[in-house]
Design a protein. Sequence first.
Length: 296
Amino acid sequence: MSLSHLRGELRINEPLMRYTSWRVGGPSDRYYRPADGADLSEFMHRLPNEESILWMGLGSNLLIRDGGFRGTTVSVHGVLDQLRRIDDTRVFVEAGVHCARLAKLVASWGLAGGEFFAGIPGTLGGALAMNAGAWGGETWSVVESVRVIARDGAVRDLPASAFETGYRSVTAPESDLWFVAAELAFTPDHDGQAPARIRRMIAERKASQPVGKPSCGSVFRNPAGDHAARLIEAAGLKGYRIGDAEVSPKHANFIINCGHARAADIESLITLVRDTVRRTADVDLIPEVRIVGEAA
């Protein structure tokens, strides 16, 4: 692949553990951080069609195996970071914007309905890809349209209605599309309490979740009518460890890296939790986390 005229940064055999919230993972064959959206389009256009691509924001809800990723990782956090107001209720947000930043800025503009973004530990691109949510809110409930990029680098806008969405799931109208931006719609914050609600939510999160320790956020989806954390705790797994990977004693739906965990330890613990809850409660917990790459 020719790199002439590309303005971004390409690294070879780049360790991904430094870019994931779990702080684990082997190297990516190639790691590209584009200079901007135009550079990203040019880079995508030059990639071979058979090349595997891993799109990465903050690396939350992502487990990279210890053997690394055979392909190209594209990093958009800090690059696709535009966030601006369109009109009284709509905002334009690029995929690399941290969800917490989105929540706080929308609230400061006197808009409500975006407070839940403060509880999503990633970027908008990842939130769009999995319909991430927190505190009863979901990403696609506020999406009006999205901007996507295809393998050939072509960028186009699509209405939200072009996608099928559900609880922690999003189905695109065709394969090999990645989110680069979205238009989101909110409502006027008539009581002026959106910033206060965010502060309460963050305080509740700090009190109930292992904030500050390497994790991916919630590991499993909540099954209908129940909570994954309750089922895991009922199975006696709070504090259970494999290597340096531990089911958090503070919140059972979090797996934390106690210092030197391997991706294999975390994946083994995910499997053990699923098997145990299936055996004790007859419930199959579905992981929210995406697991990619090769074993060591």
